[in-house]
Design a protein around this ligand. Structure first.
Ligand code: PLP
Length: 447
């Protein structure tokens, strides 16, 4: 104990290189050493560089470039006066609209408003799900940045399932089967996310069917994270709930397809057999966030009901993302980077392995080293593959091709007939910052 330390403290700990009384630092063991989410950290670092006057291309944060559809904004305006707490599970009209949406999309044929839970973002609902369901978390690598940290916070065991680039980072039924076969009765929560963050890849119906068969055989609870479902580039998203209706929880929300990440509204739709889980999550919600913002819930009713202008918005958003994603992937491959064409959402998961020797000569040996140098030397922000559960020494990164003015791109896309692809010149004119960032990245790779 340091000489100057007051006598009344008997236990001392080192915290951030300083000696402090143990009582003042008694953090839950599960969260000691946990940093802020990788996505938010890169955003803060980019902001610091920008504050120093540097130009930074933001391909790190996965935020929709498009505005919230005008009809949904109008609905929010009209409901700004809604001030009361709403039911914990969500506004009945919204739960009905979400159930109707899933029935229309032929995802959960039988679901009703009683099967739906509304929360302040699907991230929060995922956390409640992991809190209430007692079992291992099973996720493929790569997977979205927050699943594993949430499991760690709760002291849950995480089992990573191998995938590989040759198979487009898709989880196979045989990998899932091999893991479950080991201990068939163990309770497991499997999270499957597609179109995928980080890879931009989705699954074909027969691949989903095979996975569903394995999930059903072992009775796993399957959380299908379909937050990018509406951004399937061909508008052909299929939910695995079609093939495993008794065990699939569909997770979705307004953040990605509706451009409303900051509105914080997520949904989960449960199979009838998981009512106890839904009830438990609602109980915890009642003791924590109480209910989701009222005006946002009223506006969300409009977003989930069928509306021609929202359909049109989605057609154009998918078209822009599809063309831009393909063009970015093509240019990256031209620079010797390995990357798959994206199929949905707005991400690419490039692998810089072919440049390993040249990068090593510049001191880059890990995915986070790669991202740090790329940000500081070229002004391009992307996220390291390690944040998605890949090994540190793999040279992978996640690139979000969203740094452009989505509002003006949507308007401009209207002048290109739908039966014609958007030309590269359209992308240069309306998605310029993303293509400039790809150019800088290529120059950085081959200086
Ligand atoms: N799931 C995936 C795969 C995501 O990429 C995100 C956000 O980036 C979320 C869930 C959480 O979305 P929200 O909490 O905004 O609904």
């Amino acid at each position: 104990m340091p000489g100057s330390a007051p006598r009344e403290f008997s236990r001392w700990l080192t915290f951030d290189n300083e000696l402090v009384p143990a009582a003042a630092t008694s953090l839950n063991l599960n969260i000691r050493g946990i940093g802020s989410s990788a996505t938010l950290a890169i955003n803060e670092e980019s902001n610091c560089l920008r504050a120093e006057g540097r130009i930074v291309y933001r391909l790190g944060l996965g935020q929709s470039p498009f505005p919230v559809p005008e009809t949904v904004v109008e609905s929010l305006r009209a409901n700004a006066h809604q001030k009361s707490y709403l039911a914990v599970r969500g506004l009945p009209a919204l739960r009905e609209a979400v159930a109707d949406y899933h029935r229309r999309r032929r995802q959960h044929f039988e679901c009703t408003a009683n099967d739906v839970l509304i929360g302040p973002g699907s991230k929060e609902l995922m956390f409640l799900l992991q809190l209430c369901y007692y079992g291992d978390l099973v996720i493929p690598t790569p997977s979205w940045v927050s699943y594993a940290p949430q499991a760690h916070i709760l002291g849950r065991h995480v089992r990573w399932l191998r995938t590989d680039a040759a198979n487009h980072w898709r989880l196979t039924a045989s990998e899932l089967d091999a893991l479950c076969r080991d201990d068939p009765d163990r309770p497991r929560l499997v999270i499957l996310n597609y179109p995928s963050n980080p890879s931009g890849i989705t699954y074909l119906p027969d691949q989903l069917e095979e996975l569903a068969q394995v999930a059903g055989r072992y009775g796993v609870v399957l959380c299908s994270d379909e937050i990018y479902g509406e951004l399937h580039h061909q508008g052909r998203h299929v939910s695995i709930a079609r093939y495993y209706p008794t065990g699939t929880i569909i997770s979705s929300g307004l953040s990605k397809w509706c451009g409303a990440g900051g509105w914080r509204l997520g949904t989960m739709t449960f199979p009838p057999g998981q009512r106890r889980l839904l009830d438990a999550m609602a109980s915890v919600a009642s003791e924590t966030f109480t209910s989701t913002s009222s005006p946002i819930q009223y506006a969300a009713v409009t977003a989930f009901l069928p509306h021609p202008s929202i359909e049109r918005y989605l057609v154009q958003a998918r078209r822009i993302l599809a063309a831009l994603g393909l063009e970015c992937a093509r240019r990256l491959r031209e620079a010797g980077v390995r990357v798959h064409d994206p199929e949905g959402g707005f991400y690419l998961f490039p692998d810089f392995e072919p440049h390993r020797e040249a990068l090593r000569a510049r001191g880059v040996e890990t995915s986070s080293g790669l991202c740090q140098q790329l940000l500081h030397e070229a002004g391009v922000a992307v996220l390291p593959g390690s944040a998605f559960g890949r090994p540190q020494d793999e040279l992978g990164a996640r690139l979000a091709y969203v740094d452009f003015d989505g509002a003006s791109a949507l308007v401009a896309a209207e002048s290109v007939p739908l039966d014609r692809p958007l030309p590269v010149q359209f992308l240069e004119d309306h998605c310029g910052p993303v293509l400039r960032a790809i150019r800088l990245l290529k120059e950085w790779l081959s200086p």
